[in-house]
Structures are given as structure tokens and as C-alpha cells.
Design a protein around this ligand. Structure first.
Ligand code: ADP
Ligand code: MG
Length: 343
């Protein structure tokens, strides 16, 4: 299987499907996602709430809800297929190779223990360190994420939201993983703190030469931080590629719409145009393109035929029936009226 792997690819996800059992039905929250995470890159996974982002990354670390199961696909991490690993083998990989910062991690630090105690637990139990080593490493980790080591003795409530997010990043770094998966790490924070955390994450990622999957509903976070991006809509990948390429010339109307809908993290100003409506229910998803209902450029075929993810230029993929007209659609998508007319 490793000969299938490009040497520069750390993680390769192929046709991943994840289902939740709801009553007597399977809800396919991730329905055939494929993408690569190169070594030393930050990859953004972006899409509105409910599009399957958390389910996707939880599947990769195999920390899914009990009602969920991996219903298909493969994920190769340095050539090792993750879904076929026994739980003990997968457990060896967690923290050590792949660290996961769950959504709202900064609010799930245990309030009754000092932050140091929580770092020590990971370092001693997972990393096999003794107390002295753990103490030293904790101080190092705090410095890495920009917090004075004196504050290790504090309790989580003594930290601001931004500081708690830094602690969550420190926890992820404890065993020097090759990949950090951060699910909505800046979502609850104000814009200035968002930028500080993202700068910190990027600085660490570059200094340590690691990879990051950054999950966000905010495309401006991707624009600010990520080398590559994967756009998800209703459980499917609708567009992926180098961030600069995708954002300069998006091929999928959903990407165009998201771009209009979020304020630029790096520069203020501009008119925001929301995409009307909401993602479809995954209990009985629409038969064709899942974005059809909300797409200002929807045609008859879009409602019946699933568009395949195709490569529009090297490493840039999109799943839209109207790829050939993308240049024209981009011009139209830039106008607020285009999205209002669809309301
Ligand atoms: N524990 C669960 N049981 C059933 N359905 C779930 C569960 N968790 C999430 N879902 C459904 O899966 C879909 C994707 O959710 P999620 O992965 O959390 O999306 P995102 O992170 O993009 O907001 C949603 O339709 C959501 O309702
Ligand atoms: Mg989520």
C-alpha cells in the first residue's frame, strides 16, 4: 500500500463514509470524502455547520460517537491504514502521531485540576515520563504556546478563552505528534484572539515541521492560515486544492458563496452576502448535487445527477456540473443580487 503513497503525503483519505444510526436509518454524515494532507502543511476543512466536518475528523482519529460507524473508505497515515488497525494499535498512534483537539476543547479542561496536573497526566501516562520530566516538558510546552510557565499552577477558570485554547494546543503537542487535528479551534474567540491563536498555530507548525488539519466553518480562517483547503457540503467534498488557487479562482458555487459570506480576517471591510437557506437534511439527501437547492446557478441536471469530483487543474478538484462556465459564474457570484435572487 505504501507504493500508492506520494512520499510527501502524510495522510491520504480515500472515499471515507461515516454513518450515524438514527432510529432504523443510516444517516451518511460523511459520504465519500477524499483528500490528502501533505507533510508540513496546514489543511483547512471548511463548510457550514452540519456538513460533516467533525464527523470526518473524529473518524480519522476513531473517536466517533457510539451511534456512528465507518461505513467505507480508507485512510493511510504514513502508509498505515487507520481503519483496519486494532483499537490498541490505534491507541498507540493517538497523541504520539496524531493529536486531536476536539471542538470546544478549551471548555472541556477539568475545572478541579490545575492545568499542570492535566498536562502531567498526559505526559506521564501516555509519554511514560516521570514527574520531573513531566514538569520540565510542561514548562517547555507552555513557553511554546506563549504562556508564562508560572501559570501552570493555575486552574482553567483563571485563563481567558484564548489562553485555554493555547493550553489545548499545548496538550496536543505533548508527545510531539506529526499531525494535529484541530476542530474549530478559534470559533468561540474574538477576531483579535483568533488571529493570535492562528499565528501561534502556524508558527509552531512551521517550526516543528508538522501537519495540521484545521476544521472551521469560517472560510476567512482558511484564507488566513491554510496552505490547502477542502470544502465540504452536506457530507461531500465539493472543492479542494491549494488555498490560494481555490480562493483566487473557485470552481464551485458553494465556495464562491462562502467567500462572500465571511468577513476577511486579515482586512476589514467589504459587503457580506449570506447564502440563503441551510444545508439539506442528511436523512434523505437530495438526489443530485446537494447544493442545488441553494445554488443560484442550478440547472435541471443538478437536481438529478450527482456531479463527480474532477480535477480542474493540477491538485485542484471540484464537483460541479458547470465547471466549464466557472469564469462566468465567478463574475455573477460576486454580485450580491445573484444570491438574493435565489432567496
Ligand atoms: N451523534 C450523532 N448522532 C446522529 N447524528 C449526528 C450525530 N452527530 C452529528 N450528527 C449529524 O451528522 C451531520 C454532520 O455533523 P457534524 O459532523 O457535527 O458537522 P459539522 O462539524 O460540519 O458541523 C449533521 O447532520 C448532524 O446532525
Ligand atoms: Mg463540528
Amino acid at each position: 500500500m505504501s507504493e500508492l503513497q506520494d512520499n510527501n503525503i502524510l495522510l491520504s483519505v480515500r472515499d471515507l463514509k461515516v454513518a450515524y444510526r438514527v432510529g432504523s436509518k443510516d444517516v451518511m454524515a460523511v459520504d465519500g470524502a477524499s483528500f490528502d494532507v501533505p507533510a508540513g502543511a496546514i489543511v483547512g476543512v471548511v463548510g457550514e455547520s452540519g456538513c460533516g466536518k467533525s464527523t470526518l475528523v473524529r473518524a480519522l482519529t476513531r473517536v466517533l460517537a457510539r451511534s456512528a460507524r465507518i461505513a467505507g473508505g480508507e485512510a493511510f497515515f504514513e502508509g498505515t491504514e487507520l481503519f483496519g488497525l486494532s483499537e490498541p494499535d490505534m491507541n498507540k498512534l493517538r497523541w504520539r502521531d496524531i493529536a486531536f483537539i476536539p471542538q470546544s476543547a478549551m471548555n472541556s479542561l477539568d475545572p478541579v485540576y490545575t492545568v499542570e496536573a492535566q498536562l502531567h497526566e498526559v505526559l506521564m501516562q501516555r509519554g511514560g515520563m516521570n514527574r520531573k520530566e513531566a514538569r520540565q516538558r510542561s514548562a517547555e510546552l507552555f513557553e511554546m504556546v506563549g504562556i508564562e510557565p508560572q501559570r501552570l499552577r493555575d486552574y482553567p477558570h483563571q485563563f481567558s478563552g484564548g489562553m485555554r485554547q493555547r493550553v489545548a494546543i499545548a496538550l496536543a503537542l505533548t508527545l510531539e505528534p506529526k499531525l494535529i487535528i484541530a476542530d474549530e479551534p478559534v470559533t468561540a474567540l474574538d477576531v483579535i484572539v483568533q488571529r493570535q491563536i492562528l499565528d501561534q498555530l502556524k508558527e509552531l507548525q512551521q517550526r516543528l515541521g508538522i501537519s495540521v488539519i484545521l476544521v472551521t466553518h469560517d472560510i476567512s480562517v482558511v484564507a488566513y492560515t491554510c496552505d490547502k483547503m477542502v470544502v465540504m457540503y452536506a457530507g461531500r467534498v465539493t472543492e479542494s486544492g491549494d488555498t490560494a488557487t481555490v480562493l483566487t479562482a473557485p470552481f464551485h458555487p458553494y465556495t464562491m458563496g462562502l467567500y462572500n459570506a465571511f468577513p476577511d480576517l486579515a482586512a476589514a471591510g467589504g459587503v457580506l452576502t449570506p447564502i440563503q437557506g441551510a444545508p439539506p437534511s442528511l436523512i434523505s439527501p437530495p438526489p443530485g448535487c446537494r447544493f442545488a437547492e441553494r445554488c443560484p446557478f442550478c440547472q435541471a441536471a443538478c437536481r438529478t445527477v450527482v456531479p463527480a469530483l474532477i480535477e480542474v487543474s493540477e491538485g485542484h478538484n471540484t464537483a460541479c456540473h458547470r465547471v466549464a462556465e466557472a469564469a462566468d459564474l465567478r463574475v455573477k457570484a460576486a454580485a450580491t443580487e445573484t444570491w438574493e435572487a435565489n432567496a
